[in-house]
Design a protein around this ligand. Structure first.
Ligand code: DON
Length: 576
């Protein structure tokens, strides 16, 4: 069988990857660009860049075995569900942006949906106030999962290897076990209390002693669930035993997802957001992600300014990027939601004149007062801890996939007997207009809760073309910072001439309109630049937590691939 050789290959690659990563972070620092340089991976025939070396190794082996980028994406996805359970999942959702060898593009929306019993007031008390935590932890926080259907659709449309061969590596990992990385061990230790608090049985992840790096962990019940998905496809998750276990779990925890909700969940193929930016074509995710439209506003707006001359993280370049981000996020919060429920003025929001009009109010000497920003006037309504991985194969097929449970381990509830965590994606709705969600982001009517509606997302899986050829595959987790991180990686490469690895490693900053502050990673700015930005009126807030965990691929001038993973995580790009 094709999958039998993968484990050996995976172990070899992981050992190699870990050695490399250590050398990267300890030794190779290039302060001139204010970046931590990590080593990129170079390969001619294909590349998988993901948040976990074992998942990348699974995908790379599928490519080696003759699978295409869709096959490798499916296999990587299910491997992440085992080795990276904080975000990899089978009961979450996500988006895929796809570009085929022949230049055709599409996007797949496998975002979770609100259950049919969901209501606008479900997280409010009798006085109409938000009940703290209700949309974040516990059964009621879960949306109807989309991931398994998404992978089935992707495979049906583009895959060429057998479904079973793509799921088997994940089954083997779950059944035979794998060694915990240091970060995974730390994360499991950090969430012990929450695992106990939100589950009606003792999870096998709960332990008296701490989890150690290098310790072997297995997921026997998850292995059985994956076997059902392997053998029965869609019905292995949305019907039969797995569906029964989810519904039982819901009943036990006062959740509202029904057997009918599961049965009728379907992902949707959507026309991606496509726009020109200089000599590039950007292909990215449409609503229910807010990412694509915001990215279009940010990159198209950039063409009006000499960013290359201003330079990386200098006063003018940073100030204008912040001001553009404030305007893009204000539009997001007013206009964006599930396109199946609300009319979104997409063309207008991406109209060059509209974007330029929005930029007219940017002063080069001071910050625009917040009450003057709000959303833009759109007068033409047309008829209207996540993880990312990037895959490209030898023929130039490319898939950019971001998937999430929303928070680490979603709502923290593991389905008894199923071995997998449920998402807490309901918090991405605006649970009450103007009340911020866990990412501090506010929303309005367009993103209000309704039965069977999809919640607005920031996930921005993106692909760039240059002169009609594949150029970049990029994406990241990070909640509301996803859009600005993807934006900065693209501009770091295109405007500032960085390599992909430098662009990813470079420090990031972020403004999302509200709260009215710029968060940035420590040491992002030269002290003089920082002082000047403060004098212009920006509230600059350094933070210890990292921004973004990008996994991306760049096509080099000779047609080979540079794969790069974020030094902020333990991910790895593996090619062949
Ligand atoms: O869809 C969204 O925008 C969020 N649920 C993503 C969450 C996320 O990135 C958390 N990870 N850091």
């Amino acid at each position: 069988m094709l999958y039998q050789s993968w484990l050996f290959f995976a172990l070899f690659m992981v050992q190699f990857a870990c050695q490399n990563k250590q050398a990267d972070t300890e030794e190779n620092k290039d302060d001139s660009m204010n970046t931590n340089i990590s080593e990129a991976t170079f390969a001619k025939n294909g590349m998988v860049s993901s948040a976990h070396p074992l998942a990348s190794a699974v995908g790379a082996q599928i490519l080696k075995n003759g699978g295409n980028a869709a096959d490798a994406s499916v296999a990587t996805f299910f491997a992440l569900a085992v080795v990276y359970p904080r975000a990899g999942n089978i009961a979450g959702g996500g988006f895929a942006v796809c570009r085929l060898q022949d230049g055709s593009v599409t996007s797949l929306d496998f975002r979770e949906k609100a259950a049919s019993a969901a209501t606008r007031e479900m997280y409010l008390d009798s006085k109409g106030e938000v009940v703290a935590g209700l949309s974040i932890r516990g059964h009621l926080a879960a949306g109807v999962p989309g991931s398994v259907d998404g992978m089935i659709e992707l495979h049906k449309k583009y895959g060429k290897m057998s479904w079973k061969d793509l799921i088997q590596p994940a089954v083997d990992l779950a059944k035979n076990g794998f060694k915990l990385t240091s970060d995974e061990a730390k994360v499991l230790n950090r969430f012990q209390k929450e695992f106990k608090e939100h589950n009606r049985f003792e999870l096998h992840l709960v332990k008296n002693q701490v989890w150690q790096e290098g310790e072997t962990i297995t997921y026997p019940e998850l292995a059985q669930t994956l076997e059902r998905i392997r053998d029965q496809g869609r019905a292995g998750f949305y019907e039969g035993k797995t569906a029964d276990l989810i519904v039982e779990e819901m009943k036990a925890g006062k959740g509202i997802i029904s057997a009918e909700d599961l049965k009728k969940y379907h992902s949707v193929w959507r026309q991606p957001i496509i726009f020109p930016y200089k000599e590039y074509k950007v292909i990215t995710m449409p609503p229910p992600s807010g990412g694509g439209i915001a990215l279009a506003q940010l990159l198209m707006g950039m063409e009006n300014y000499p960013f290359k001359d201003w330079g990386f993280n200098q006063i003018q370049s940073t100030h204008v990027m912040i001001e553009m981000e404030r305007r893009a996020y204000a539009d997001r919060s007013s206009y964006l939601g599930d396109p199946d429920f609300v009319k979104i003025p997409t063309d207008m929001l991406m109209n060059k004149e509209y974007i330029e009009k929005r930029l007219e109010s940017i002063s080069m000497t001071e910050k625009t007062p917040s009450d003057e920003i709000k959303e833009g006037k759109v007068d033409l309504i047309e008829s209207v801890e996540t993880t990312h991985f990037s895959v490209a194969d030898k023929d130039g097929n490319a898939f950019s996939i971001t998937t999430t449970l929303n928070s680490y381990f979603g709502c923290k509830v593991m389905v008894k007997g199923g071995g997998f965590f449920l998402n807490n994606e309901m918090d991405d709705f605006s649970v009450k207009p103007g009340v911020p969600n866990q990412f501090g982001i506010v929303g309005d009517e367009a993103n209000a809760i309704a039965a069977n509606k999809r919640m607005l997302s920031s996930m921005t899986p993106t692909i760039l073309e240059k002169n009609g050829k594949l150029f970049m595959v990029v994406g990241t987790p990070g909640g509301s910072t996803i859009i600005t991180t993807v934006y900065q990686v693209i501009t770091n490469v295109i405007e500032h001439g960085m390599t992909l690895q430098q662009a990813i490693s470079a420090k990031k900053f972020h403004h999302q309109w509200l709260p009215d502050e710029v968060i940035f990673e420590e040491n992002t700015f030269d002290p003089a630049v920082l002082k000047q930005l403060e004098q212009m009126g920006h509230l600059m807030k350094p933070r210890k937590e990292k921004i973004g965990r990008v996994d991306a691929i760049l096509v080099l001038p000779d047609g080979s691939y540079e794969g790069a993973s974020d030094p902020r995580s333990e991910g790895k790009a593996i090619g062949y």
